[in-house]
Design a protein around this ligand. Structure first.
Ligand code: SF4
Length: 389
């Protein structure tokens, strides 16, 4: 039975639909190289077999687009593609997928003098001519600088919501209604607030729910539950993704976790213990995707979690990201950030880059920075530690 759902419009995506009272669709994303056709086909099939109604694949080049054509030939799954900066790849990709996700915060990177509306108009033309749905995927770590500059720097939600509403309004003005929206942050409380506020104004638009960079299980699942349970309980959300930093053979755990969350919400149960969310250290990490620059990324995230356990009582956020596309931006708000290059890991303190270090040296360097940060906060506040970012 479950909670009464918001009256969103129905959006077909291949053989499934989201919104319009349809069952909530679970989705996931491949983390293989898109150009490794055999590995990607195998992962798409494994995710679909585990229960993913939609499988997303990243595409950043013509080679990825060509690989998608072959992947499409080999799988029946409903495919979504993740477009980031290279929005003009859409015309090569759309014939082979059922949905295109674009990130409003990444559209400005190419053809900088062109208005974002012209770029969205192009995407609508391409999506419309290939019967593709679209997702306006707004992410906390990638808001276009011009939009951000119009808000108080302490207001992280305002620019995200304004971006989502503006894009919806523009898509509506073009007569394109086959879209959904996501508003993701790594902080569950912000995800709740963002989606509640968005749905208050646009109860008609289907919502894709998720916590970005939730990190490693089991903590990442608790973090996701803290956001998704209250939202789904209020009828907000038409499709969900649980992002987990796990190796490729364990990717099905994203779907297992999503299914458990949906079952608990439908039964009116809470699947996490608020009293167990005691520690304050917050290690966030991306789920990895085709863009990940070194296969050692997942192991690095696990080693960071294990090495930093001693800092559990401290309100510090450490972000571990897999690539240069989202790594630099999405580590800015963390106290300490790491983002992976092919041969070295970049270390940051807030938005300041401290340097680039070999994979076998980064943990010692991170530990030194973490010790320094703990000490400065302890001395600076005479023991009363300020809140983390
Ligand atoms: S940070 Fe990079 S590797 Fe990680 S999920 Fe995002 S795009 Fe993929």
């Amino acid at each position: 039975m479950g909670p009464k759902r918001n009256p969103t419009r129905r959006v077909p995506i291949g053989a499934v639909s989201i919104g319009g009272g349809e069952p909530i669709v679970i989705q996931s994303m491949t983390a293989t190289r898109t150009t490794d056709i055999d590995a990607t086909v195998a992962q798409v099939r494994a995710l679909a077999a585990a229960g993913a109604g939609i499988v997303r694949i990243a595409a950043d080049s013509r080679a990825d687009a060509e690989a998608l054509a072959e992947i499409r030939r080999q799988v029946d799954a409903n495919l979504s593609v993740d477009l980031q900066e290279h929005y003009r790849l859409a015309e090569w990709i759309a014939p082979h997928v059922d949905k295109i996700r674009y990130n409003p915060g990444h559209l400005y990177h190419h053809e900088r003098t062109k208005d974002w509306r012209d770029k969205v108009r192009y995407l609508v033309d391409v999506a419309g001519s290939h019967q593709c749905a679209m997702r306006v995927g707004v992410n906390c770590g990638s808001i276009e600088p011009e939009r951000k500059s119009r808000f108080d720097p302490t207001d992280s939600l305002g620019p995200m919501l304004a971006g989502a509403w503006d894009h919806c309004e523009f898509l509506d003005s073009l007569g394109f209604t086959r879209y959904c929206v996501s508003l993701k942050d790594s902080d569950p409380a912000k995800v709740v607030e963002l989606n509640r506020r968005f749905a208050e104004r646009r109860a008609d638009v289907p919502i894709h729910l998720g916590v970005t960079e939730a990190g490693l299980p089991p903590d990442a699942i608790v973090k996701t539950r803290r956001a998704l349970e209250p939202l789904l309980g209020q009828g907000i959300g038409d499709t969900v993704r649980v992002s987990l930093t796990v190796p490729n053979p364990r990717k099905h755990e994203e779907i297992d976790a999503a299914r458990a969350i949906l079952a608990d919400v439908a039964a009116g149960r809470t699947g996490w213990d608020p009293s167990a969310v005691g520690h304050r250290l917050n290690v966030i990490s991306c789920p990895s995707c085709s863009r990940v620059e070194n296969e050692a990324f997942v192991e690095l995230a696990e080693r960071v979690r294990d090495m930093t356990r001693y800092a559990t009582p401290h309100a510090i956020t450490i972000a571990v990201m897999g690539c240069r596309v989202n790594g630099p931006g999405e580590t800015d708000d963390a106290d300490l950030g790491l983002w992976c290059g092919p041969h070295a890991v970049n270390l940051k303190r807030g938005s300041l880059t401290l340097g680039s270090f070999p994979y076998d040296a980064i943990l010692d360097r991170l530990r030194a920075e973490l010790d320094r940060l703990i000490e400065s906060r302890t001395v600076g506040s005479l023991g009363a530690e300020p809140g983390s970012k």
